[in-house]
Design a protein around this ligand. Structure first.
Ligand code: SF4
Length: 300
């Protein structure tokens, strides 16, 4: 069987050992050289182009793809245990709370039950719920931090490294990050506040813009043409010029020569908009466009 292997950047160094293992089992193995950002980002076109019978997608959990996927996809999640010493190190920061929302990435979801009983023994009720786009209870994605929205929780604890996932938690309650690799605990409400301000800055710049491009991705889990058509109509109703741009990799490089446009409305990965300064033009997501439409109508 011909198999296409897909790895996110951080795991590409493991690609060769998996390829060798599958080849030893008699499979023909091809490695995807494209960047891979999430379970939303299945290399369907590459699989079709090489006639693969299956995609093996590493490092992410299954993501709800809003279109038929006509090739079998095997998700191989990546696991990393949370050292007990790291858990011990966050108790001081959490002292005074009796109920917390506990969230993590797919790498550590297998540790949630152990973490919950540890906190319970320490007098803290660690609550979990499932986000709409996530495969597991207690899991967060960069585009879905809703697992942290548990009304009775007094604070949120995210267990994982990096800032990409915890910044999906748009909460006013105290939000703590425990890095399981080094046991460091930090409170990130200032960073959440800064991100909100940057998003508001992009929205304010878009209010002044007259020529918009609406960005559509062909990545299977990020592809929302109907949403883009709705955004285009909304912009035109506001008297703005709007065109739809479609692409796989929507990057500063791929868009840099569309000098005509003054701003972008993004319908792909919502976190693309957080990097709007890199694009040199403001980028807003649909919810911000709807806010902008309301503000303009209210002020008319
Ligand atoms: S849409 Fe963006 S944040 Fe969501 S899974 Fe895909 S890459 Fe990650």
């Amino acid at each position: 069987m011909r198999v296409l292997l897909q790895f996110p950047e951080g795991l590409k160094r493991h690609a060769f050992s998996y390829a060798a293992k599958l080849e030893a089992e008699g499979h023909e193995v091809v490695l995807s050289a494209s960047a891979c950002y999430g379970g939303c980002d299945l290399a369907l076109d590459e699989a079709k182009a090489i006639g693969a019978s299956e995609i093996v997608h590493f490092g992410h959990a299954k993501f709800p793809i809003p279109q038929p996927v006509d090739i079998p996809v095997e998700y191989v999640e990546w696991r990393f245990d949370v050292p007990q010493a790291s858990l011990d190190s966050c108790l001081q920061a959490l002292s005074g709370y009796t109920k917390i929302a506990l969230v993590t990435t797919v790498q550590h979801v297998h540790e949630l039950e152990r973490m919950k009983s540890f906190f319970e023994k320490s007098g803290i009720d660690a609550l979990t719920r499932k986000g709409a786009l996530c495969a597991y209870e207690g899991q967060v994605l960069g585009c879905d931090g809703t697992a942290a929205s548990i009304p009775e929780a007094e604070a949120v604890l995210f267990v994982g490294d990096g800032m990409f996932h915890p910044l999906a938690i748009d909460e006013d309650r105290p939000v703590y990050v425990l890095n399981p690799y080094n046991g460091k605990v930090s409170r990130i409400n200032e960073e959440i506040g800064r991100l909100r301000k940057r998003r508001d800055g992009a929205l304010a710049a878009c209010i002044e813009a007259k020529k918009f491009a609406v960005l559509v991705s062909i990545k299977p889990g990020q592809s929302h043409l109907k949403v883009a058509q709705y955004a285009k109509r909304l912009l035109e109703d506001l008297g703005r010029e709007a065109h739809i741009l479609v692409g796989n990799e929507l990057s500063p490089l791929s868009l840099q020569n569309f000098m005509h446009f003054e701003a972008y409305v993004n319908t792909a990965c919502p976190r693309l908009a957080d990097d709007w300064e890199m694009f040199g033009k403001p980028i807003i997501n649909l919810d911000q466009l709807e806010r902008m439409a309301k503000m303009l109508k209210d002020s008319a």
